[in-house]
Design a protein around this ligand. Structure first.
Ligand code: HPA
Ligand code: MG
Length: 179
């Protein structure tokens, strides 16, 4: 088994590159079937989803658009608590079929705070495609329409996911070895 070290921690292979690609092809095929003729707009949430987004998008065989956004959270007022806003969303979502692309839905907190802003623009449909989710960590209700893998609540690395900035370029997913 090929263990890798990133910063101060060791990681072991968890989901291989081929398995990832096979699952992503299945997701893209399902989306192509479900959304044929709707010219969906995909919204990829940076940074983590860039690899997943690129692969889903290239395996689609329908007409579709893609846009990339960053979510930024900041402290609001006392009454609003933490606020999440997006940078880079120029498209009008009114009447569109929209598919959010996320690398991982962990607690669901950020998406839970952000989705109402998208609903506010009255898209025809608002769907979520996530490569990974950690059911044990999920504390906000997020309905994932297209899911790659359900994983245990352990830290993952690779295929867009980073540990303190590193590891995003790995073509497979690794899991932290807890000491
Ligand atoms: N790894 C990297 N980034 C993350 C994770 C993870 O397991 N969960 C949420 N962001
Ligand atoms: Mg990160």
């Amino acid at each position: 088994m090929s263990i890798i070290k990133v910063h101060d921690k060791e990681f072991q292979p968890y989901i291989g590159a081929e398995e990832l690609q096979l699952r992503i092809k299945e997701i893209a095929a399902q989306i192509s079937k479900d959304l044929a003729g709707e010219k969906p707009l995909f919204i990829a949430i940076l940074n983590g989803s860039f690899m997943f987004a690129a692969d889903v998008f290239k395996y689609l065989d329908i007409e579709a658009e893609i846009s990339f956004i960053k979510l930024v959270s900041y402290k609001g007022t006392k009454s609003t608590g933490n606020v999440v806003t997006s940078i880079g969303l120029d498209e009008d979502l009114y009447g569109r079929t929209v598919v959010i692309l996320e690398d991982i839905v962990d607690t669901g907190k950020t998406l839970n705070m952000f989705l109402p802003q998208l609903h506010h623009q009255q898209p025809k449909k608002l769907l979520i495609a996530a490569l990974l989710t950690k059911p044990e960590a999920l504390t906000y209700p997020i309905n994932i329409d297209y899911l790659g893998f359900s994983v245990p609540n352990k830290f993952l690395l690779g295929y867009g996911l980073d540990y303190d900035g590193l590891g995003r370029n790995l073509p497979q997913i690794y899991q932290l070895i807890e000491q």
